[in-house]
Ligand binder design. Structure first.
Ligand code: SF4
Ligand code: SF4
Length: 126
């Protein structure tokens, strides 16, 4: 299993040399996934983004990019305008993060550095 509950990688890094090992690792991964999915009820933390109001220039690009109507530029206490996230609607897709010119929006679950570290750990061979 990866660091994210419910995300399985088969075969695990460095665990499969040859077809038979890959098959065994794959079956083991499938067994773990089946155990995870048979719990009947799964609870997951909501994945949303957050906006740093001090960086937001209220350009509205995030609002235009969001396909879920989950982020809106609106007046806020002590601010003229600022992008605000509706956490109920936000799916954490990251489209707004990609278009923000001032890097005011942070992914809720993983930072860029954490994503890069996870990819490096997965892709770099021993
Ligand atoms: S794209 Fe970034 S700077 Fe523009 S309104 Fe959204 S959060 Fe603010
Ligand atoms: S992460 Fe996706 S759903 Fe959430 S506010 Fe940004 S664009 Fe909208």
């Amino acid at each position: 299993m990866s660091r994210l509950p419910g995300v399985f990688i088969c075969p695990p890094k460095g665990k499969a040399d040859g077809h038979q090992q890959a098959l065994i690792s794959g079956l083991a991964g499938a067994g773990k996934a089946a155990t995870f999915l048979s719990q009947g009820r799964l609870e997951v933390a909501p994945i949303t983004v957050s906006v740093d109001p001090s960086l937001c220039r209220y350009c509205g690009r995030c609002e235009a990019a969001c396909g879920f109507g989950a982020i809106q530029v609106a007046p806020a206490p002590g601010r003229y305008l600022v992008a605000q996230v509706n956490e109920v609607r936000c799916t954490g897709c990251g489209a707004c993060v990609a278009v923000c010119p001032s890097k005011a929006i942070s992914p809720g679950l993983l930072t860029d550095e954490q994503v890069a570290a996870s990819l490096e750990a997965l892709l770099v061979r021993d």
